[in-house]
Design a protein around this ligand. Sequence first.
Ligand SMILES: NC(=O)c1ccc[n+]([C@@H]2O[C@H](COP(=O)([O-])OP(=O)(O)OC[C@H]3O[C@@H](n4cnc5c(N)ncnc54)[C@H](OP(=O)(O)O)[C@@H]3O)[C@@H](O)[C@H]2O)c1
Length: 307
Amino acid sequence: MANSTKKLAQKSKTPEKPVAPAKKAEHAQTKDKRPTRPLMLVTGASAGIGAALAREYAAHGWDLALTARRQDRLDHLAKELKEKYDADSITIAADMAAKGAPKAILKAIKDAGRFVDGLVNNAGYGLPGTFTYSKWADHAAFIQVMLTAPCELVHLILPGMQERGFGRIINVASLAGHLPGSSGHTLYAADKAFLVKFSQSLNLENQHTGVHVTALCPGFTYSEFHDVNDTRKVVSKLPSWMWKSAEEVAAEGFKAASRNVPVRITGFANKCIAVLARLLPDPIAFALMKSQSKKIRLTDDAIDGGS
Ligand SMILES: NC(=O)c1ccc[n+]([C@@H]2O[C@H](COP(=O)([O-])OP(=O)(O)OC[C@H]3O[C@@H](n4cnc5c(N)ncnc54)[C@H](OP(=O)(O)O)[C@@H]3O)[C@@H](O)[C@H]2O)c1
């Protein structure tokens, strides 16, 4: 490892405590003019949980690489993070459905003279309707955004983290990954279950590398998610105790990643639901999901009927 890289690696191990804005200037640059704050790459940073995680990491002394499709949103967030936390951000507009997106994002970070100390794989959405309701092209794009791109990003970034002896990876999965599959949004639970297992394996493989890996599993969270997948009307009937703010989810995610917790289900109620799903005999858990699917997912007739 080159000397300068070693130096940066050591500096990257900043304590994960909130940094008071007044102290920021102290560690903005090293003597050789390189940034000393570690860099967190957040996908899906233009809204919801991704934006909240970007704020959380900025508040704890990290710089950010923010990516999503909406450049204006990323620039707005970057400005906010600079003003509030003196965090520097690289903003990269990219559609994760494009196969070249992970490499293009990392090239933009490298061109800016930085390397990635942390990765939040968060960009995501749901496809309403049953499996055959959507065109294969839409499912293929979903798999690219939700599964292939997160895996590729980890594969590209992890070796550098291991070499430097420091890294944080959060894969934003879901409570859905711990429950039986629902009727509607067919690939969603399957993808989130994949991310849970993927994170557990990575966590085990990196026990002595300084790289922490966490699957962050929120339940219902206030964000744009349910507007994008058109389930706002359906899920708004759910009781308030089932909901958390994106900021609460981000705070739990940050703590879990710092402590190298392999899987963190956010909130007491969601933890209870996950435990129940594990303890109940499969046919009963499955029957429960059968009875609840319409309360959380959009069926084909509901989409067509516009209800
Ligand atoms: N909200 C919930 O109840 C909930 C519960 C469990 C898990 N989650 C998971 O949490 C993650 C974040 O969701 P959220 O609730 O914060 O939803 P959100 O407010 O809708 O944010 C989704 C983010 O993903 C980005 N994104 C979507 N498609 C993309 C694409 N093709 N390329 C690049 N970026 C894309 C969006 O940015 P652009 O539109 O600007 O590209 C946006 O920044 C998702 O993985 C979701 O599955 C959410």
